[in-house]
Design a protein around this ligand. Sequence first.
Ligand SMILES: [Fe+2]
Length: 305
Amino acid sequence: MARIVAGVASSHVPAIGAAIDNKQTEEPYWKRVFSGFEKSKEWMKETKPDVAIIVYNDHASAFSVEIVPTFALGCAAEFPPADEGWGPRPVPTVVGHPELASHIAQSVILDEFDLTICNKMEVDHGLTVPMNLLFGSPKEWPCPVIPLAVNVVLYPPPTGHRCYMLGKAIRKAVESYPKDLKVVIFGTGGMSHQISGPRAGLINSKFDKAFLDNLTKDPKKLTRIPHLEFMREAGAEGIEMVMWLIMRGALDDKVDEVYRFYTVPASNTAVGHIILANRKRAAGKRPASKIRRAAARSKADIRRG
Ligand SMILES: [Fe+2]
């Protein structure tokens, strides 16, 4: 059986990608940011996932205002880096996992989450920057990736609660996949930032840190934050944080916080990062009746969502 072992959340600031591509990572301004991910890269090397599901948003690269899917799942065999205006980033093509992705699409859609299926899609900094932060800059990415693009660009984005429940449905899908795969799920974007208008440059560290605390301890509280509160407290682009709730929904209720990093600023954005791990269960220790009851509860939860 495939299983999700951990969740990673990370900002996906485009300037971080530019700093990597232009070899500025050792400059003092950027070293402060990159040094916060050194332990995470070590953790990822040790964890060695077989597949990563990466929740991110497209920034008018694969989609435009003509087509705005709320949730778009990448089922292709590969996802080339998109040209975001100055040529594609010099990163390897992202290799997909069409078999697991199709399985997730089937399971999640039959659980009444209407995903858009993308059999061809380019991916932008929203996906590739967190990959660099967690995997470094290898010649080939170390594992296949299933991209899940979420609309947080054009109103109305999905609610935090909907995202959280989709995470639960994704977990159920992964756990019903018969092959033994170790999966890590990413939530990306945020934290507080606003890139235009009179409040451009807004950072709210208090809000961000409380969000990180509750992501570990009380994620259901976060699912009740309305869009307007995200925008008021965390800036217009702070709404990206709903994507972190898909990652969190895919994990156990109680998780271990493995690592956390927060710094301000990178470009005009607060950078937040957290690694949460499901607690290890001793194989065969749970009575079958308990497993059946838990599965029934999770099914009922998903239906309610
Ligand atoms: Fe973004």
